[in-house]
Design a protein around this ligand. Structure first.
Ligand SMILES: [Zn+2]
Ligand SMILES: [Zn+2]
Length: 272
């Protein structure tokens, strides 16, 4: 019976974790791995939305879900945003990650995988903590004019968001976001597998927030009771940047009275 209880105690994720450790140990231990993971998942997860934008009216079924039907991005706005993202990563995020080598030795991979409940609560816990931190940061960068103009205005260049606008960010904002997504899993003592999953999920939900489409499978439609904001809520923030400061969930905007329901303010303009 002790064998049987061992089987039940062993995580469902153990086989996945074992094969990752066995085959990719050296890559996974590199301090650059989280950067490469997040940048590559960013561009890969943007692809479906970019294709929807490029196909435009040829895909009627898709365009019925476009939040601002006349706010489709042009080639040049998409290229501009992809360029900003690459520039930031080459000249800020990459050097910052190399510098980490100096004070943080390569991590050791633990033998035991997280249990499934640990994994799921870890990812959600990291998202909730980030949601709170970014809410405060975001509110301050809208309420204090100097902070807005200096650091956050670049992200509001487009009032009709699209996937590649997600990381159209100033260097200070990207470094702050990167700092929290690196530090939070350490503070919450998350397993490395949980940490990496959180990073990819965080990239996905950030892209979904900005994709410009409210698909039936958007998280805000799957998560009940308006607990999750999602694309339509963040679209309001880009149309009318006085509300909806939380990046993912709905509770902080409700608590602090900055929540606004979706309304159609400016369907025609794409750029300033
Ligand atoms: Zn903003
Ligand atoms: Zn945004």
């Amino acid at each position: 019976s002790s064998d049987l209880s061992n089987v039940f105690q062993m995580s469902l994720l153990q086989p996945l974790w074992d094969s990752l450790r066995l085959h990719y140990k050296d890559y996974l231990r590199s301090p650059l791995f989280p950067v490469i993971l997040t940048v590559s998942s960013y561009f890969i997860l943007c692809v479906p939305y970019v294709v929807c934008d490029l196909m435009g009216d040829k895909w009627h079924w898709v365009q019925q879900f476009k939040i601002q039907p006349r706010g489709r991005p042009t080639y040049s706005t998409m290229l501009h945003c992809a360029g900003v993202t690459l520039w930031n990563h080459l000249f800020l995020v990459f050097p910052a990650s190399v510098a980490q080598w100096a004070w943080r030795p390569p991590v050791d991979l633990p033998e035991v995988a997280p249990t499934l409940p640990e994994f799921v609560t870890g990812v959600i816990g990291n998202l909730l903590l980030f949601d709170f931190q970014y809410y405060i940061w975001h509110l301050l960068h809208h309420r204090i004019r100097w902070l807005y103009v200096t650091f956050h205005a670049i992200h509001h260049k487009y009032s009709a968001p699209f996937a590649l606008a997600t990381q159209c960010l100033g260097g200070w904002e990207l470094l702050t976001v990167g700092f929290w997504t690196t530090l939070n899993p350490i503070v919450l003592k998350s397993h490395l597998l949980t940490t990496w999953a959180f990073m990819v999920v965080h990239v996905y939900v950030s892209i979904e927030d900005h994709c410009g489409y409210d698909f039936p499978w958007s998280l805000s439609r799957i998560v009940p009771f308006g607990m999750y904001g999602g694309p339509s809520m963040h679209d309001v923030h880009h149309q009318k940047p006085t509300s909806n400061f939380a990046p993912h969930f709905g509770h902080w905007d409700r608590v602090f009275g900055t929540h606004a329901e979706f309304c159609f303010v400016n369907p025609s303009k794409d750029t300033k």
